[in-house]
Structures are given as structure tokens and as C-alpha cells.
Design a protein around this ligand. Structure first.
Ligand code: ADP
Ligand code: MG
Length: 245
């Protein structure tokens, strides 16, 4: 069952073509890992799906909801963003808000959930990432790993149909990576549909149902972790993977 269908997604910055008519079909429960060299358009792909970048062309469909990415209709963009959650490399928590307030914010402001209900839901999701005991802390009082777990709770609490994670562990000290990967694995096992950009290859092998190798605006490789890691079709993929093994 197709959850999201992306067709002909294209993005250029001036004459730098970063995404060249990308097609991507995401099934419910898929965990799609996007790998590829630095500067190849992985972040741009995620940011275009959430309209944080304005693509030049393409269609994003969630079932009957059809979004032409050239639309600048605010209502349509809000409707798209209601379906998509994003976790950033640098967490991007609200610094002046507590952990609990961070997770409640989107529920109240975007989803218009009554405050008591938002609080209950925020606590529920903080529990899932093991951060209940830090609910009154401010981001600066937390480690990077803890901040990222709060950011994941914040995204999940919105119950998005599709969760995008852009190198969620690359800003962390090595000893903090594991706790965040465990949190992502749990979210995957709970059935959340995700697109994950990551260089953590052993984690990608474990968590992904599908791996995409992106290079120069094209999907060069698209298969199960086994297919892509053990039997890549392109020499560029082999060269890239060799850097990790
Ligand atoms: P990746 O995430 O794979 O490292 P990015 O999506 O960040 O790659 O970047 C892809 C290309 O787009 C790079 O050449 C980068 O310089 C360019 N790019 C990204 N964002 C911008 C921007 N806001 N303005 C101009 N060029 C950009
Ligand atoms: Mg990036």
C-alpha cells in the first residue's frame, strides 16, 4: 500500500541541479535510508518533501491529497506539513522552553489540541523516548543525545504519516549516538514510516527496509539493505561503500 508517492521532484539552486526529477514511492511502515556522498542532495530531498525548500517541479501525493510543489497556497502547505514530521541534525529545540513545552508546542499551535490533552500526549511520547524524568529541564541542561530524543518525541507526538530524519546522530559525541539510534529503532519497530538520511551504515542495515543511494540528483540504487550493500549495481555505489568498510 502506497503511503506517499513523489513524482518528478526537481530542485535547482541557480544553475546547480540538485534533484533531477526524483520518483519515490513510500509504502506504509517503510523505513527508507538515503545514503550518498556529501553535497549530493540528501538534505535537499528531505527539505523539499516538507517544503522547507521550494522545489521547482514535482508532485507529492498522500493518497487523495495531491500537492503540486509549485503551489504557494498556504493552506495546502500547512496540510502537507501536517502529514510530515522532521528531525534535524542539530535538534532545533526551542531554547527558552522546557522539554515538556517543546513537545506540547506543535500540538497546541499547529494541531489546536487543548492544553491538558497536549500535555498528556507530550508525556506519553516523552515516555517512549525515555525522557519523562527530564520534562522540566531546558535544552541547555541536556546532553546532545537527550536533546535529540526530545526532538524525536516532539516529531512523533504530532503523529505524522511520514517522519523525515536528516543525519540525526551526526552532531553527537560518539558515546551518545547509541541512545538516539535505539530510539529511532523503537520508532521504526512501532510501525512509523520514515525516510532517514544517515552515514551509520551498520544501523542502516539493521533498521532500513529499503536503501536508496543518491548521487548528483539521481537515485542510482534502490533496494533492500542486502541488495544495496552486498550487490550494488553501480561502481559509484561500490566506491562510496568502500569508504565505510
Ligand atoms: P547533502 O545533504 O547530500 O550533503 P545538500 O542537500 O545539503 O547535500 O546539498 C546539495 C547541493 O545543494 C550542494 O551542492 C549544496 O551546496 C547545494 N545547496 C544546498 N542548500 C543550498 C542553498 N540554500 N542555497 C544554494 N545551494 C544550496
Ligand atoms: Mg545533508
Amino acid at each position: 500500500m502506497s503511503l506517499v508517492k513523489i513524482t518528478g521532484l526537481s530542485k535547482k539552486f541557480r544553475d546547480n541541479v540538485v534533484l533531477d526529477s526524483i520518483d519515490l514511492d513510500v509504502k506504509k511502515g517503510d523505513v527508507i535510508a538515503v545514503i550518498g556522498p556529501s553535497g549530493t542532495g540528501k538534505s535537499t530531498l528531505l527539505r523539499c518533501i516538507d517544503m522547507l525548500e521550494k522545489p521547482n517541479k514535482g508532485l507529492i501525493e498522500f493518497g487523495d491529497f495531491r500537492f503540486d510543489v509549485t503551489s504557494r497556497n498556504k493552506k495546502d502547505i500547512v496540510a502537507l506539513r501536517q502529514r510530515v514530521g522532521m528531525v534535524f541534525q542539530t535538534f532545533n529545540l526551542f531554547k527558552q522552553k522546557t522539554v515538556l513545552e517543546n513537545v506540547m508546542e506543535g500540538l497546541i499551535v499547529v494541531k489546536k489540541v487543548p492544553k491538558a490533552e497536549a500535555e498528556a500526549k507530550a508525556l506519553q511520547y516523552l515516555g517512549k523516548v525515555g525522557m519523562l524524568d527530564r520534562q522540566q529541564y531546558y535544552p541547555r541542561q541536556l546532553s546532545g543525545g537527550q536533546q535529540q530524543r526530545v526532538a524525536i518525541a516532539r516529531a512523533l507526538a504530532m503523529e505524522p504519516e511520514l517522519l523525515l530524519l536528516d543525519e540525526p546522530t551526526s552532531a553527537l559525541d560518539p558515546e551518545l549516538v547509541g541512545e538516539v539510534l535505539d530510539t529511532i529503532l523503537k520508532a521504526a519497530e512501532a510501525g512509523n514510516t520514515m525516510i532517514l538520511v544517515s552515514h551509520e551504515m551498520s544501523f542502516v542495515r539493521k533498521v532500513a527496509s529499503r536503501v536508496i543511494f543518491l548521487e548528483n540528483g539521481h537515485i542510482l540504487e534502490d533496494g533492500t539493505p542486502r541488495q544495496v550493500f552486498e550487490n550494488p549495481q553501480h561502481s559509484r555505489t561500490k566506491e562510496f561503500l568502500h569508504k565505510f568498510y
